[in-house]
Design a protein around this ligand. Structure first.
Ligand SMILES: *Cc1c(COP(=O)(O)O)cnc(C)c1O
Length: 376
């Protein structure tokens, strides 16, 4: 028996929409399915403008351009995140400044942000780990008081909220991911949410390789030409067609994951009571989306041994980020605001369990039993 960590899953008329895209004979970007996905996201989030991208990485790169990040500009972010949060800043010549995380959610420690602010600080980029919100009240207040741009790496945050407000709608600029490991997928895929309407026009130009092609298509200009920096950030219509089926089924997919998440949570309570592991903590103000189920082993040595033993039992459980402040490129291009003891400790103890819409109760029971054996 082998239990996969992830399983890309069809949830609706993906193939029908792919055929429709072919029939329309428009497979490059910004066609009918791209517009449908964007409208669906704008309406469900209540966001003024959404642009589909080929990845969250691309959306974060667009956000860094739009936020005006330039050489030497500092952006505060957690070290416990994927490298794309930092790369987007480094590609503009900016400097990621890493701060510690909270022990409960593994999100940026809002009480550590102000000490990291310098005259070069331009923005804060928060990550909502596992689809559980960072403390947005406190973080938004800090950003406002210091005149910093708010960005959200909401790659894992679709269909999650903070005090009822959807993740991805707090930052001036926010990124979602539809990578095959996320809740809703298109293989590779992403979206940029532009919550500051003043940035929408330039966003469209950067998206269209620095041209005013979108304005031309709407008949707003007589010809299209190169007007700004930009790149190829659009996904193809094939990606958008697949994604539209996923987005339509979004609530159902989240509900299925939530059932599996809750099942792990209940079944692992006795192991937590025995001190074998710590389960995730979700603060009451965070409506999460069951993106990840992780446990924390008592220490790094037992985590490493458990991952090996689980693998030998056919359970594909995995670690997560090597903290960016200790990664080779993080040392070269960024800096830690100070010691990051919580990041160092928890990242070394974390185990992500298999979780996807098709996982069965029997498979989950097997994972829990195996965890009990390898940590017991
Ligand atoms: C998945 C992920 C990304 C990258 O998303 P892509 O769509 O693969 O580019 C960036 N940041 C975080 C926090 C992620 O989880």
């Amino acid at each position: 028996m082998a239990i996969s960590f992830n399983m890309p899953t069809l949830v609706g008329p993906e193939f029908q929409y792919l055929s429709e895209a072919l029939e329309r004979a428009h497979l490059s970007g910004n066609g009918a399915f791209t517009k449908r996905c964007q409208r669906l996201l704008e309406e469900s989030l209540g966001a003024p403008r959404v642009l589909l991208t080929h990845s969250a990485t691309g959306a974060l790169e667009m956000a860094a351009i739009l936020a005006g990040i330039g050489p030497g500009d500092e952006v505060i972010m957690p070290s416990f995140t994927f490298c794309s949060t930092a790369n987007a800043i480094v590609l503009r010549g900016g400097v990621p400044v890493f701060v510690d995380i909270r022990p409960d959610t593994l999100n940026i420690d809002e009480t550590a942000i102000e000490a990291a602010i310098t005259p070069r600080t331009r923005a804060i980029s928060v990550v909502h780990y596992a689809g559980v919100a960072a403390q947005m009240d406190a973080i938004m207040e800090i950003a406002e008081r210091h005149g910093l741009v708010m960005m959200e790496d909401a790659a894992q945050g679709l269909h999650a909220d903070f005090r009822g407000k959807p993740l991805g709608t707090f930052g001036a600029l926010s990124a979602f991911s539809f990578h095959e490991t996320k809740n809703l997928i298109s293989g590779e895929g992403g979206a940029l949410v532009i919550n500051d309407p003043a940035l929408a026009e330039r966003a469209e130009i950067i998206w269209e390789k620095g041209t005013n092609r979108a304005q031309f298509q709407r008949g707003e200009v007589a010809r299209y030409t190169w007007v700004d920096i930009g790149s190829s950030f659009l996904p193809s219509e094939l990606t958008a067609a697949f994604l539209y089926a996923q987005l339509e089924a979004g609530e159902e997919v989240t509900a299925r994951r939530m059932t599996a998440w809750q099942r792990y949570h209940a079944a692992l309570a006795p192991l937590e009571a025995d001190g074998l592991l710590r389960r995730p903590r979700v603060p009451q103000e965070c409506g999460h989306n069951a993106h990840i189920y992780f446990v924390l082993a008592p220490d790094a040595a037992r985590r490493d041994a458990a991952l090996k033993a689980l693998s030998a039992e056919g359970v594909n459980a995995v670690m997560h980020y090597v903290p960016l402040h200790s990664a080779p490129a993080g040392l070269r291009y960024g800096r830690a605001a100070g010691p990051l003891p919580v990041t160092d400790d928890l990242s070394a103890r974390l185990i992500r369990l298999p979780l996807h819409p098709r996982i069965t109760p029997e498979e989950q029971a097997a994972v829990v039993a195996a965890l009990g054996r390898v940590l017991g």
